[in-house]
Ligand binder design. Structure first.
Ligand code: ADP
Ligand code: MG
Length: 718
């Protein structure tokens, strides 16, 4: 009866004092958006005029801050934060773990006479020195020189994180080694945005745009996640140590009924979402969309897009807030890529585009052929970049959780391809077959008068493609739900910067050849790109097995696992692009390779040990108790049959446990990629074997003897 009662308790929830009630949005001041952010408006109000102007000017130009105004900014920031109840500040940064890190310092300094005064200097704002020796650096920082600095990023606004017992001023910062190497995901992202801006401005000048000074890449992430009752979570050592279930038979009911997707959101879940969204709004995160996802207990949240740097910071906050707020509703938010085997996993869609400081989206096809030509040029640059660096893109979304998800009939395969949609593909084909010309009206034409309106929405959107053009942006859909956006967007920006530059060089040549006829020159460039890269374009079903064969014929890379993909981080052509554009040096790339490989092995090691321990100390005893039950049941042909069935599976479980324990012990002497491959080839199969026997046992052992909450409980009781 224990389980049944537990389910009843799990199903109960209350707003536990945290209810927000309904806000009267007609009240002045009731709009909470950005109220915990040191916004530009707040800065304008609080900073001396000349300081504010200087700060904005440096930000607009993307230049480093003049240290002389830092003290004034720090003082205003501290006063604002203290009015909001903050007692501490922290440099908030994003080490290579993919998580955020904080070290809190009090604003108060003792004066020696028993009092303390509040202080926060420009120096403390601009630079911090966390004791950073425990963050992964991939060999960049030997421990004897274990210095890392955090440096204020004034382009991402400071904010306040509330806690029931106080508040903390968080200052977004970059994290560097004392030798100047990037130890985080923010620095390379900022560098890549600069690189792309330079290339794109160069291109725009060729198209006669003299106005745009700066191009920003934009990101709009769609975040998938699960919410399950915390009671189940804490009863499962696999969930709370690894983030996913290592055992669990597939429930009789999955998402086949399809009633969950876009169905009404359960009240408790909606209450949780509302509070999380409200908190995100106070933090200035422009959350916009929410809905149920395909799997039971799975949901999605999406903000309005922002510039990549701020969008990435906001994504980290979103994951943190979702996890914090869920607990207030007795729920736990799972961000793992594949928390439940056999049930759809969670991804993150990275909507990506490039916009000018004059407000123009470079991937917006526009209404006239003039705009189309420029659009086709930038679109061609993306196609070329993705084709050339397909393996690197695959590597940028590789992690241990993703290996269960990519290609698992619910997520794009491990093969990178681009979905353009029929209209756009037709447009490229038209240009490539030489129909590019000037139109009668003297407009810059590429064969088509103007592109047909490209669908932004609708059924023809291909959900199976890892990289899809969706009307005015590309949507990189292969990211894992737990991932930081930083590295992926760094890769995207860098390879597109390189590609735009290459296309600019061709365009300059073609312009000479065509005596300045821009239409003819662009046609020639686009044709060239299309012919050399069209094999990466695929509009069909990415989940089908025939695509795997077809992709192989086309020479596209298929890198199914993380150890297959990660070496591309340090391939020659990757290093060349990243060094050329000063985004990451070879050493910095190597450090990322090392860190990501190590994370893979470490996480698998934890999974292996956890699986062995659960199997031996929880599942095996349950099987043995079931055997006792059968022994007590007397003798009959039926009982004999049950005993045989049980002992067969128990033996299989025991064999599996011994194999797994051995695999956990016998690591190769070599670390790095060798170890990662060993984990993949020895530990995963051993875990699978144990799991297979355990999941079969789950179906025959008495329910009250089974030690772990089951899939149907975790997914359906809410
Ligand atoms: P979906 O149907 O996939 O949910 P939406 O139109 O809702 O598509 O957009 C999904 C995400 O794409 C949102 O976060 C949205 O803000 C973002 N997005 C829209 N335009 C851009 C852009 N120019 N750059 C980056 N992201 C964008
Ligand atoms: Mg989408």
């Amino acid at each position: 009866m224990r389980t049944r009662q537990q389910n009843v308790t799990a199903a109960q929830w209350s707003v536990n004092g945290g209810a927000m009630g309904t806000t009267d949005l007609t009240e002045p001041g009731a709009n909470v958006y950005g109220s915990s952010v040191f916004t530009v408006a707040e800065q304008r109000q609080r900073l001396p005029k000349h300081v504010f102007k200087q700060l904005q000017a440096t930000l607009d130009a993307g230049e480093p801050l003049n240290a002389s105004i830092a003290d004034a900014v720090a003082q205003a920031m501290r006063e604002w934060a203290m009015e909001k109840g903050a007692t501490h500040y922290t440099h908030w940064f994003q080490p290579l773990t993919g998580l955020t890190a904080e070290k809190h310092d009090s604003f108060y300094n003792p004066t020696g006479d028993g009092f303390a005064i509040a202080e926060f200097s420009g120096k403390e704002l601009i630079q911090g020195e966390p004791d950073a020796s425990s963050f992964p650096t991939g060999g960049i920082r030997a421990t004897f020189e274990a210095r890392g600095y955090t440096a204020w990023d004034p382009s991402s606004p400071a904010f306040i994180l509330d806690n029931p017992n106080g508040a903390v001023l968080c200052i977004p910062t970059a994290f560097v080694s004392w030798t100047g190497e990037a130890l985080d995901h923010k620095i390379p992202l900022l560098r890549s945005m600069d690189a792309l801006s330079r290339s794109a401005v160069r291109a725009l000048r060729l198209f006669g745009d003299e106005e745009a000074q700066r191009i920003f890449t934009t990101v709009g992430p769609e975040q998938e996640y699960f919410l399950i009752d915390e009671q189940y979570y804490f009863e499962r050592p696999d969930l709370y140590t690894t983030g996913r279930t290592l055992f669990g038979a597939k429930p009789p009911r999955g998402h086949e009924l399809d009633e969950h997707y876009f169905g009404s959101i359960p009240e408790r879940v909606l209450a949780c979402m509302l509070e999380a969204e409200r908190e995100l709004q106070t933090l200035g995160v422009p959350v916009k969309t929410r809905h149920n996802e395909v799997a039971p207990a799975q949901y999605e949240l999406a903000p309005i897009y922002e510039n990549s740097n701020i969008g990435s910071d906001h994504q980290q906050l979103t994951m943190q807030v979702l996890q914090n707020v869920a607990r207030r509703y007795g729920l736990v938010c799972l961000l793992h890529e594949k928390p439940f085997a056999g049930v759809n996993g969670s991804g993150k869609h990275n909507n990506w585009s490039m916009g000018t400081d004059t407000g123009h989206n470079l991937l917006e096809p526009g209404d006239t052929p003039d705009e189309n030509a420029q659009f086709m040029f930038f679109c061609a640059a993306v196609i070329k970049a993705v084709n050339k660096h397909q393996q690197l893109l695959r590597a940028s979304v590789a992690n241990v959780g993703q290996d269960h998800r990519l290609g698992a009939n619910e997520a794009p395969p491990a093969i990178i391809s681009i979905f353009l949609g029929q209209e756009l593909e037709n447009a490229f084909t038209k240009v490539a077959t030489g129909k590019g010309r000037r139109t009668k009206k003297g407009l810059l034409g590429l064969g088509a008068e103007a592109l047909p309106h490209l669908p932004l929405h609708g059924g023809d959107r291909n959900r199976t493609s890892p990289f899809a053009f969706t009307g005015n942006k590309f949507e990189f859909r292969a990211l894992g739900s737990s991932m930081s956006l930083g590295f992926v967007n760094t890769v995207l920006n860098t390879i597109v910067a390189e590609s735009i530059d290459e296309l600019c060089a061709s365009l300059e040549k073609q312009l000479k050849a065509a005596k300045g006829d821009l239409g003819a020159a662009v046609s020639a460039v686009v044709k060239d790109v299309w012919e050399g890269n069209k094999q990466i374009v695929f509009n069909g079903d990415g989940y089908s097995t025939s695509w795997h064969k077809e992709a192989e014929k086309r020479g596209l890379a298929n890198l199914p696992t993380t150890p297959d993909a990660l070496p591309w981080l340090v391939e020659k052509q990757t290093i060349k692009a990243f060094e050329n554009y000063k985004v990451l040096s070879e050493r910095e790339l190597e450090s990322r390779f090392e860190v990501f490989v190590e994370q893979y092995s470490t996480k698998l090691n934890i999974e292996g040990e956890t699986a062995a321990s659960i199997a031996r100390t929880m599942i095996l005893p349950a099987a043995l108790r079931q055997a006792e039950l059968l022994d007590d049941a007397g003798e009959s042909a039926g009982i004999e049959r049950l005993k045989e069935e049980l002992s067969g599976l128990t033996d299989e479980l025991v064999e599996g446990i011994f194999e797994l324990e051995k695999a956990n012990r016998d690591h190769p002497a070599e670390e790095g990629l060798e170890l990662a491959k060993y984990m993949r080839d020895a530990v995963i199969p051993a875990m699978d074997r144990v799991r297979d026997a355990a999941d079969q046992l789950e179906r025959i052992v008495a329910d009250d003897l089974w030690p772990l909450p089951k899939y149907s409980e975790m997914l359906f009781i809410k």
